[in-house]
Design a protein around this ligand. Structure first.
Ligand code: KG4
Ligand code: ZN
Length: 334
């Protein structure tokens, strides 16, 4: 089955063609056009600016992909239906609907978080079920029990800021620019992670929820009191606190739900310290549970992961009607 994936939920316009034969997932087309340069001067993503850039980019990307103009070679179209920025989501959605009409192809709508969960299916070794997924991105931080394909139970979530949002806000406080995650990670390599004892919010809450806004505030207060603090030490200590809390809560959930596999996904899963610490902690305590992280190219937003999740929608015959499909900016996993 050949799945055309489209993703425009935030600040990446992405087009991919995924070919699935049994367990073999091949990606002849995988294009991502990032808008980071456009949003940098605002210090964050501006929805209308994002939408305008998606409009200008999506058809040139389809053209560049080399797909046949009549849609031959495509069996199913998969598009991100939400969550995300409404004006941005609409561009991918309307494009997908138009192509589904013109080409007479079936359409599936994928939850963006589901895409991040399915990003490890783009690697050779696939997770088994039940799986537990830690999804950490700019907009979301969730621990999800994946009982089987397309069967989700959210067991923990952030009560305020997402993990990536905390990286972005702390980077802003440190004058490191946008997006903050990669900049913090780079600075952290040069600093001492034990130099500043930032709090680990909600570590004793007894549930699997997170809070990152208190951690960000703690960094802001510290910087006010210590304006000369070395940026690298602040970055390393903040990153250590964020990773500690993510790993602690995830391993507590692993202990409770005893999954076959642990998945790490979302933009923050590009963080090498998080990838390594979570993997090492899992192996030390639960050596039989397999650990799955996407290749670095599939950590941030991309259309390949949407096509991968879309494949399982198509297998389950969960097709949607292009006439009635609308964007769902607050779509939840269920
Ligand atoms: O999944 P994603 O590309 O977009 C959303 O769905 O939100 O995630 C973007 C987030 C941003 O907050 C960015 O700062 C963060 O991922 N990020 C990182 C790293 N690379 C990207 N955070 C920590 N360390 C990184 N290396
Ligand atoms: Zn994302």
């Amino acid at each position: 089955m050949n799945i055309l994936g489209l993703e425009t939920s935030c600040d990446e316009t992405a087009v991919a063609l995924l070919q699935v034969q049994g367990d073999n997932f091949v990606l002849p087309i995988n294009l991502v056009s990032s808008q980071i340069n456009l949003h940098q001067k605002y210090g964050g993503v501006v929805p209308e600016v994002a939408a305008r850039a998606h409009v200008e980019t999506i058809f040139p990307l389809l053209q560049e992909s080399g797909l046949a103009a009549d849609g031959s070679g495509v069996d199913v179209i998969a598009v991100t239906g939400g969550p995300g920025l409404l004006p941005a989501l609409r561009i991918g959605l309307e494009t997908a609907k138009a192509l589904a009409f013109a080409w007479h192809k079936p359409l599936v709508a994928v939850n963006h978080l589901e895409g991040h969960i399915y990003s490890p299916w783009l690697s050779a070794i696939k997770p088994s079920f039940p799986a537990l997924a830690l999804i950490v991105s700019g907009g979301h931080t969730e621990i999800v029990l994946v009982k089987d394909h397309l069967n989700y139970q959210i067991v923990g979530a952030t009560r305020d800021d997402a993990a990536g949002e905390a990286f972005d806000k702390v980077a802003k406080l440190l004058g490191l620019g946008y997006p903050g995650g990669p900049a913090i990670a780079q600075q952290a390599q040069l600093g001492d992670p034990a130099s500043i004892p930032f709090p680990r919010p909600m570590s004793d809450s007894g549930d699997f929820d997170f809070s990152f806004s208190g951690l960000k505030t703690a960094v802001a207060v510290y910087l006010k009191q210590h304006p000369e603090a070395p940026v690298a030490d602040v970055a390393a200590s903040f990153q250590q606190a964020a990773v500690d809390i993510l790993v602690q809560k995830t391993l507590a959930a692993v202990k409770k739900f005893q999954p076959q596999a642990l998945i790490l996904g979302g933009g923050v899963s590009a963080n090498l310290h998080l990838r390594k610490t979570l993997g090492e902690s899992l192996t030390a305590r639960h050596p039989a549970i397999t650990y799955h992280v996407p290749n670095l190219e599939f950590t941030g937003d991309n259309a390949a992961m949407i096509a991968a999740a879309g494949y399982f929608h198509a297998q389950a015959k969960r097709f949607v009607n292009p006439v009635t499909l609308i964007a769902s900016p607050n779509l939840r996993l269920k």
